[in-house]
Design a protein around this ligand. Structure first.
Ligand SMILES: Cc1ncc(COP(=O)(O)O)c(C=O)c1O
Length: 363
């Protein structure tokens, strides 16, 4: 905790949540909707919970303007499970899928996807240390690809697609875990979007998937029923006990997002916050950012100190000043400030001031 008694959390996920949402969530742990018992004790088959799932699904659709021919489904197993479930649900055993490799998480999706079918890496920036996103002219797309998978925001590398790519007729599948609901999305460019909720929406283990209807119904027979997209949609997410508290948190976070003015307003704030930190990094040679400016993430600002010996001191002094969890991902190293939707401006101001002072003291 810092000398002001305030701790700001820059973790990459699970990540900081708005205090008012945590307060509302706490109330549900005592008495949910006047039932006389908590949400954790409520039956998932009850009318109250059914209504909550419907409301939350509609909130996702309204927040992102999801067209009617897309379904929203809540799944379990975290985003990593989707690395297997996407091919099991969408890739026939003899078909080929394309993957764009832009960092740690897309590499994980590729590695896992290879266990289920033919995977073709259509573009990769591995050779340049994942410092950018390959431009669409570099993608080796061909009409035989059953789908093309991307990771629009690479949480560990701090690389973000500058917009929604156009893949033509090839269904585009996106792992939006670390940027979901941080910006408006052109949903019709995508066949499927999935996102683990632990960044911008709170709960771990819960995945929100938005799937175009024509892609449903082709799951391989061995796909576990609870992970079959079509089956979960048909049974309204009640094949097994859903992540009830997680869905409730998502509902509260969607209410909160609306109170902030929606995705357009939050995008403006996210850009402004990340620019504050990137400007300090770029000011001189003390700090550096390994990512090419056009592709720098507005969610995960990855950076380093040129004099590597200063890094540990930066982390311990930051911690002592109430700035927690600024270490980079274990595979990427360096430093990382995650600025998800709930990060308050005061946290960014405190980090900016700390970085400037640290440079003055040790530069
Ligand atoms: C882009 C991305 N994809 C997938 C994952 C894995 O998520 P989970 O831990 O829910 O499996 C993460 C986790 O940080 C991520 O950032």
């Amino acid at each position: 905790m810092g000398c002001t008694g305030q701790t700001y959390n820059f973790a990459a996920g699970p990540a900081t949540l708005p205090p008012e949402v945590l307060e509302r969530a706490r109330a549900s742990l005592v008495d949910w909707q006047g039932l006389g018992y908590s949400l954790l004790e409520a039956p998932f088959t009850g009318d109250e919970f059914k209504a909550l799932v419907d409301t939350t699904r509609h909130q996702v659709k309204a927040t992102l303007a999801v067209p009617d021919h897309y379904q929203v489904v809540f799944l379990q197993g975290g985003a990593s499970a989707q690395f297997s479930l996407v091919p099991l649900n969408l890739l026939p055993p003899t078909a080929t899928a394309g993957y764009v490799e832009t960092g740690h998480w897309s590499a994980r999706a590729i590695e896992e996807g290879r266990r289920y079918g033919r995977i073709q890496v259509v573009a990769s920036t591995r050779g340049s240390g994942f410092d950018r996103v390959p431009t669409s002219s570099e993608w080796a797309l061909d009409e035989n690809l059953h789908y093309c998978h991307i990771t629009p925001n690479e949480t560990a590398n701090g690389v973000q697609f500058p917009g929604d790519p156009d893949c033509g007729d090839t269904p585009l599948i996106a792992d939006m875990t670390s940027e979901f609901l941080s910006r408006p999305v052109e949903i019709e460019r995508y066949g499927m979007i999935y996102a683990g909720a632990q960044k911008n929406l709170g709960p771990t283990g819960l995945v929100i998937a938005i799937i175009r209807e024509d892609l449903l119904g082709q799951a391989r027979p061995e796909t576990p029923t609870v992970f079959n997209y079509q089956a979960q949609i048909e049974r309204q997410n009640r094949i097994n006990t859903p992540l009830m508290f997680g869905i409730y948190l998502v509902h509260l976070m969607l209410d909160w997002l609306e109170e902030q003015g929606g995705v357009k307003a939050i995008q403006t704030r996210n850009i402004a916050q990340s620019q504050t930190i990137y400007r300090i990094i770029d000011q001189d040679d003390f700090f550096y950012c390994p990512v090419t400016p056009e592709y720098r993430s507005i969610m995960n600002v990855c950076f380093g100190i040129r004099d590597q010996r200063q890094q540990q001191r930066f982390l311990s002094e930051a911690h002592a000043s109430g700035l927690a969890n600024l270490a980079g991902h274990s595979h990427a190293g360096g430093l990382r400030a995650s600025l998800y939707n709930a990060q308050p401006d005061a946290a960014v101001a405190a980090l900016a001031s700390f970085m400037n002072q640290f440079r003055q003291r040790h530069g």
